[in-house]
Design a protein around this ligand. Sequence first.
Ligand code: LLP
Length: 423
Amino acid sequence: MDHFHYQNGQLMAEDVPLSRIAAEVGTPVYVYSRATLERHYRVFSDAFEGLDALVCFAVKANSNIAVLRILAKAGAGADVVSLGELQRALKAGIPASKIAFAGVGKTRAEMAAALEAGIMQFNAESEAELEVLNEVAASMGKVAPISIRVNPDVDAKTHAKISTGKSENKFGIAWQKVDDVYARIGELSNLKAVGVDLHIGSQLTDLEPFRLAFERVVGLVRELRAKGHDIRHIDLGGGLGIPYDPDAEAPPAPADYGAMIKDVLGDMDCSIILEPGRLIAGNAGLLLTEMLYEKQGENRTFYILDAAMNDLSRPAMYDAYHAIVPVEEPKSGDTLRADFVGPICESSDVFTKQRITAPLKAGDLVAIKSAGAYGAVMASTYNSRPLVPEVLVDGDRYSVVRKRQSLEDLLSLDDVPSWLSDD
Ligand code: LLP
């Protein structure tokens, strides 16, 4: 459930009309709802009541510091994958003791910063990384807490580009090698194994792949403990799907996911870490855009928006579905089919094709929904389009929590070397 709804014929973000935000901040603009973020966090964390569980928000889904601040206040930890994300999480007030650092390509500088901050654990993904981390930790006189990301070789049955738990994916350490890797950690004096970690993919709409992978991990933890490793944390990753199209999809409720986890891991006597991203932020945000032009093709209608694939890349990258709704509630039940497209010079700059929609006209505002996760964070400046702003709504007030990049900002990063100037 989210807090975007029609009231008096106007689409609102909580108590703020989106038309007001468009008039005052301009379009395109991402709009987030604080109440929705808090609600999703609560519903998710409530599903683990009775377990020793820590919800570490996957910062890659939405790294706006104001968004992270809301989650920090609600008690969340963070799953980070870069120095930038680590700094954002710390700046938002998420304690280092609740931060897990993941990723297949951590640099020495990232390792050092995370050790300095005193994070909860490194989710390590290769033997080579462990050797380097041991060196970095030794040079700082520290011991790095390690959780090994295992690759359970389970088919997550989601889009191939967001599936991570199959043996052909680059993530995690192959099942057959895990034993040797923990043995090696035992030999390295500046590493300490504290956990096991996995993440099999994103936008899963079925609990079975999760159950299968979690059962495998339980077996592994039992074996490791029998060999004397003190495994205290099991990090189950993120990946629970959300309804992008409520008429077509019914992903499992967090409560059912939680019940399954209690069933599989309830008696493991360890803390459970969860890394949801999309589930918390996805439906807590939308991309507000204005329709610039209507264009009649030979046999189709194009609605050309001022937002493009550089602002929200999911449809172009994954053929992802996003609901698109007019900000002014349609008065009649008239519909037609239209392609909603952006202004970028690429055929893939299409948000949707042949979508049934109320008729729209140039100047109308449109909301592209479910854009709070993997929206702004994946934006680029392709076609020299500046990054769009982000707005956070809280009841009847709102603030710009990331300002619109100016063209000056964008152009100022380039430099023309003196040897190119005309003499
Ligand atoms: N933990 C790890 C280690 C991850 O790699 C991810 C996502 C998550 C947690 C959070 O997954 P979530 O709960 O949000 O599904 N850009 C793609 C999604 C890529 C997900 C990458 N990893 C999209 O727009 O669908």
